[in-house]
Design a protein around this ligand. Structure first.
Ligand code: URP
Ligand code: ZN
Ligand code: ZN
Length: 470
């Protein structure tokens, strides 16, 4: 059998096994795994390297409208380029429905921005901000059939949050269609109350962002989200869990037999609220929601990763430039933390951080790393040909130098922001070659592939949710 590409001599890791074998690729797919594979047009020597499924980052924000005068730092070109260099081969950005906007219309805009500009494959989650009867009754069901099989709802952010009745109605559409609902769990009313109190006292610096979004606001909302999902009888994804108490609500719901997927992110392992204390508004660089917590909550998140409570490790890449009137330091943002855009960059550093802090330091095994960063994302979100190294799968592969030592510096990264929240952190392990659909995109740390190689990928129903659909 003639092959387009063979990866020879590496150690393959999947979510279940670690073994030595060569990988044969033809027409963008993995067609052989074994020893002594036949002739190929191209050979990559992966001796001494790890051959892993390309990362799937199922929680990123790219080119998302972010309010008057505020601009996200990444478009699809820079966002997927950064993802690629970080060892990712697929990203799932969100398509935000504006108030009064049809979801189809919103999707048209995102597709127009993405088409021809991506270095990785992409697929879209929807954000439902206006769940009118026609959106829930007609548009969403049709879009689910078209491969947009997951949507996010917010319990916080003015203009985005849904009330409980709206969340129930949206979850019911998910139940009827087999789509998967993701929930951002923070109690908006509690947060508004606390913001008012802090602003009245003149406590307006970035540190107050963390104080006004306490663990209790996230824990309460998590309890409510899993309860609403129980009432409607749907599985639910709780995104960006930041602390042990919220994770406790998820464990309790699972104990009642509920299907609850839990996601955490690098910021909840590596940052704390103290990072928001920086001099001269520097703390704005770390403003994201939920906010980073403290060392005890970091430990609780690690325990959740080690013990299997978390299914997904995503970046929640949501980049704004810092020193920019359209970013963190916008004119209103300088007057109060409440106007600093929420979100931090991290799509390129997600995998090296978990590899280094988790695998290299012996907290999690290689197979768990693969599950948390690729395989589970594919299974949970219906990417049937992705997330593993197996015959028939898309040839989406990252070849890692597990011993490479790097100090994270934004100057070396490829996103459109002007800082990294992880600047100066030393990591061991870095992806050096990245292959998307059988095409070598990054080789030895250099970009060798073309923009536009990444394709849009429609998704199947989640294996979790489709069983619930009637
Ligand atoms: O602060 C964050 N996480 N911004 C991104 C939007 C979201 O809630 O995921
Ligand atoms: Zn969110
Ligand atoms: Zn997010």
């Amino acid at each position: 059998m003639s092959l387009d590409l063979v990866i020879r001599g590496g150690t393959i890791a999947t979510a279940s096994d670690v073994f030595r074998a060569d990988v044969g690729i033809r027409d963008g797919r993995i067609v052989q795994i074994g020893e002594g594979l036949g002739q190929a047009s191209q050979v990559i020597d992966a001796t001494g390297r790890l051959v892993l499924p390309g990362g799937i980052d199922s929680h990123v924000h790219i080119a998302q409208p972010s309010g008057d005068g505020i601009r996200m730092a990444d478009d699809f070109e820079s966002g997927t380029r950064s993802a690629l260099f970080g060892g990712n081969t697929t990203v799932l950005p969100f398509c935000l429905q504006g108030k009064g906007q049809s979801l189809r219309d919103a999707l048209r805009g995102y597709h127009a921005l993405a088409t021809g500009n991506c270095y990785t494959d992409v697929s879209f989650h929807l954000i439902v901000s206006d769940p009118t009867p026609s959106v829930l009754g007609q548009e969403l069901p049709a879009l689910v059939m078209d491969g947009y099989t997951s949507f996010k709802v917010f319990m916080t952010y003015e203009g985005l949050r849904l009330n409980d009745a709206e969340i129930l109605a949206t979850m019911d559409t998910a139940r009827r269609t087999g789509a998967l609902v993701m929930v951002h769990c923070e109690n908006e009313d509690a947060i508004r109350y606390l913001i008012g109190r802090h602003e009245a006292q003149g406590d307006v610096g970035p540190r107050a962002h963390a104080t006004t979004r306490p663990v209790a606001a996230e824990r309460e909302a998590t309890h409510r989200a899993v309860s609403l999902a129980e009432i409607v009888d749907v599985p639910v994804v709780i995104v960006h869990v930041s602390n042990g108490a919220a994770l406790g609500e998820i464990r309790a719901a699972r104990g009642r037999g509920r299907k609850v997927v839990a996601e955490t992110c690098p910021q909840y392992l590596m940052l704390t609220a103290a990072d928001l204390d920086g001099m001269d508004w520097e703390g704005a660089k770390f403003v994201c929601s939920p906010p980073p917590r403290n060392a005890a909550e970091q430990e609780a998140c690690w325990t959740g990763l080690e013990q299997g409570d978390f299914d997904l490790f995503s970046s929640d890449h949501c980049p704004f430039r810092y020193d920019d009137p359209a970013g963190k330091l916008n004119p209103k943002g300088r007057t109060s933390f409440a106007h600093v855009p929420n979100g931090i960059p991290g799509v390129e550093t997600r995998l090296p951080i978990l590899f280094s802090e988790g695998v290299s330091k012996g907290r999690i095994g290689l197979s768990r790393f693969v599950a948390l960063t690729a395989t589970n994302h594919a299974r949970i979100y219906g990417l049937e040909k992705k997330g593993s190294i197996a015959v028939g799968m898309d040839a989406d592969i990252a070849i890692w130098d597990a011993g490479a030592k790097r100090t994270i510096a934004h100057a070396d990264l490829h996103d459109g922001a002007d800082y990294s929240p992880y600047e100066g952190i030393e990591v061991t392990g870095w992806p050096e070659t990245v292959i998307v659909g059988g095409r070598v995109m990054v080789r030895g740390g250099e970009l060798v592939g073309a923009k536009g190689t990444g394709r849009y990928v429609p998704r199947a129903l989640s294996s979790l949710a489709r069983q619930a659909a009637v």
